[in-house]
Design a protein around this ligand. Structure first.
Ligand code: FES
Length: 157
């Protein structure tokens, strides 16, 4: 007799559906849990979520695309966010961004090939009088120069 093992991801999603519900209102919570564990929502997970919630996969994908904290590809382990809002912009954001992209070797909106960093723009980080500002994961750095930013990233490397 042929025994087909159920995919581990399917089992995981079935468990989440059981815990969080099988209607549309559970979709975001389920996506959140998958993102937390896998650092992205794989294509197969999107298909399985759609199947188990009885919705179209396009609906799942459109929710993922809408929320910045959900993504279909794994992001780098360290999230680097540079404030792009006007005060930081006037205080030298451009030079900072140029130095950062040169140093870690990827553009904004991308992750490095070794998955150490993911680079993004952020809107105001709440420390406008101390710009330009950058956050690495939960920690915010202020009054940055290109040299200081590069040194911070090198410490993490
Ligand atoms: S404008 Fe950059 S922290 Fe507020």
């Amino acid at each position: 007799m042929l025994v087909v093992e159920k995919n581990a991801l399917t089992e995981e999603i079935e468990g989440l559906v059981e815990k969080l519900g099988n209607d549309r209102s559970a979709l975001l919570k389920i996506l959140h849990e998958i993102q937390k564990k896998h650092r992205h929502i794989p294509d197969f997970a999107q298909q399985e979520i759609a199947r188990l919630l009885d919705i179209h996969p396009v609906e799942v994908y459109s929710v993922i695309s809408f929320y910045a904290f959900l993504n279909t590809e794994p992001k780098g382990r360290n999230l680097v966010r540079v404030c792009q809002t006007i005060t930081c912009d006037m205080l030298g954001k451009k030079a900072l961004c140029d130095a950062i992209t040169r140093e870690i070797g990827c553009n904004f909106g991308e992750s490095t090939k070794d998955h150490k960093f993911h680079l993004e723009y952020a809107n105001c980080l709440g420390l406008c009088d101390e710009g330009p500002a950058m956050a690495v994961n939960e920690k915010v750095y202020t009054k940055l120069t290109p040299e200081k930013a590069v040194a911070i990233l090198n410490d993490i490397k």
